[in-house]
Design a protein around this ligand. Structure first.
Ligand SMILES: [Zn+2]
Length: 103
């Protein structure tokens, strides 16, 4: 299990909350579209930095990924954000950059 920096995550969550309050202002996107889009990008980037729980699945049938075969009954792991296969040694998704954790 990886340790989380809860204080740092709390600060990021507070920033996300502040951005989302402004993104929810009626008509804000039409009035200041460049700010709106920048805040959406910031929210997405901050959310990627807060670790999400890895999705674990048990293979129901053999799965071939490249030259590797995962036999039925094998546990496989996926990014909770983009659903791409990951390994347990990955701290971030190699595809989308989502920070990962396994409890
Ligand atoms: Zn991903």
């Amino acid at each position: 299990m990886r340790l989380l920096n809860n204080r740092e995550d709390k600060t990021k969550l507070e920033a996300i909350d502040q951005f989302k309050k402004r993104l929810a202002i009626p008509d804000y996107k039409r009035q200041i579209p460049e700010y709106y889009e920048a805040m959406e990008l910031a929210v997405n980037a901050l959310e990627k930095q807060i670790a999400k729980q890895i999705v674990t699945k048990v293979q129901k049938e053999d799965l071939k990924v490249g030259h590797v075969i995962f036999k039925a009954g094998t546990k496989t792991y996926y990014c909770p954000d983009c659903n791409k296969a990951i390994t347990l040694s990955d701290t971030c998704c190699r595809c989308c950059g989502q920070k990962l954790k396994l409890d």
